[in-house]
Structure formats: C-alpha cells, structure tokens
Design a protein around this ligand. Structure first.
Ligand code: CA
Length: 231
C-alpha cells in the first residue's frame, strides 16, 4: 500500500521542518505549503490524504482556511488536523466547530502527532494498513477490537478497551479525569470522576502481568498519561 500523503501547512520553517522530518521518519510522504494559497495549489495538484493546518498563517487564519475547505463539497471529506500554540478551550471548540477533525496543541512530540494522524486516518478509513497501534510489545487492533501483550491476548472490559484505545491514540499527553470522561464516555453522560480511577485500576491490573501497567501513568494533581517512558 502506498504511503499516506500529508500536506503540512505552516509558515514557520523550523516547525515545518521538524514536523516533516518526524512524519517522513514515520513512513508518511510529506508535502509542504507556507500559506493557504500554496496549500490550495498543492491540493488542486494532488489531493493529500490529510492536511495539518497551523492556526497562525500569513495570508489567512488556519481556522478560516479549514472552514473554507469544509464548505467545499469537493474537499470537505479531506481530513484536517489543526496545529495551534493556543491551549484555550474556546479555541479548541472553535477549531473543531470550524470543521477540523482533530486539534493538536504546540508543543507536541512527533510521536504524539503521528499517533493523532493515524487515529484520524483510521476514523476515515478503518481498513488502512498499519491501523494496529503498537507500543513496545503492546498492540491494539481497532478493527478486530483485540489487544495483545507480547503476542498473548489481553482480556479487557469494554470501558477499559475504549480507555486503552484513547490512550494509545493520544500518547505522551496528560489528560485530566474530566477530559477523559468527556473523550471516553462522551459529554452527555453523568459519570463521577472517581469512576475513572476504578477503570484505570482495572486496566492496569489487566496489563500488570506483562509489565505494561507502567505505561498507564498517574500524574499527581493533573490526571493520567499513557507513555512508554517515565518522566
Ligand atoms: Ca504559523
């Protein structure tokens, strides 16, 4: 299967270079545009599989550009991840309402960005090759709903499975209990925050015999993080 092609729309060259380097190393084909005009030309020339759009661009805001793409019947199903230095919740909402498929806040690790790209690509096309998410010996197959540790099956309840899928798609970032509730249970369900701790405990117990419970990390006073290294 051909490498997925990502168009990086970012005017700051050092950041563009850093992103492109990380994506190429992860096996993506990368093209670059420094403003929305160049991005338009690139998309018309050959449609990418996904676009990373920075919020701050010289000729038009990334948010407005995303809105335009999502209003275009020819292009609206082109997945877009917005990049931004702004961590404000209201900006995030604006970005997602503008039509972005996901949202990554700077600074991010290349690994986190790759995981988010893969998550969006999987959502668009669940059959994409490489849809299995792997960290060390821990693998999750979102198509088959199967988790293995060192090639042995791991039995998880449905909530622990969803939690692990969320974590493995969003590594190296701390999520508060409230954010986890929102992302795993959905915003409209009333669940006590304590419930998270119960499911975290069950998830760790299931991973314990393989030693991968260390990847589900408590960040004191902040929440939880999935990571292969302790910080
Ligand atoms: Ca920028």
């Amino acid at each position: 299967m051909a490498a997925k092609q990502i168009l990086v729309v970012e005017d700051e060259k050092p950041i563009r270079d850093m992103i492109s380097f990380g994506l190429r190393r992860a096996g993506f084909e990368v093209r670059e545009a420094m403003d929305t005009r160049a991005a338009r030309a690139q998309v018309a020339d050959r449609r990418p599989d996904l676009m990373l759009v920075d919020w701050m661009l010289p000729d038009m805001s990334g948010l407005e550009f995303t809105r335009q793409i999502k209003r275009d019947p020819e292009l609206r199903d082109l997945p877009i991840i917005m990049l931004t230095a702004r961590a404000e919740e209201s900006d995030k909402v604006a970005g997602l309402e503008g039509g972005a498929d996901d949202y990554v806040t700077k600074p991010f690790s290349p690994r986190e960005l790759v995981a988010r790209i893969n998550a969006v690509l999987r959502r668009v096309d669940p059959q994409v090759e490489g849809s299995v998410i792997t960290f060390e010996g821990l693998s999750l197959d979102p198509v088959a709903h199967r988790v293995t540790a060192d090639s042995r099956p791991v039995t998880l309840g449905p909530t622990e499975y969803r939690m692990l899928e969320f974590f493995m798609s969003h590594p190296d970032r701390v999520y508060s209990r409230e954010q986890l509730l929102d992302r795993i249970w959905g915003g409209n369900v009333y669940v006590e925050e304590r419930t998270i701790d119960v499911h975290i405990r069950r998830l760790r117990k299931a991973l314990e015999e393989f030693g991968y419970d260390r990847m589900v990390q408590t960040v004191r006073g902040a929440g939880y993080r999935f990571s292969t290294h302790s910080e």
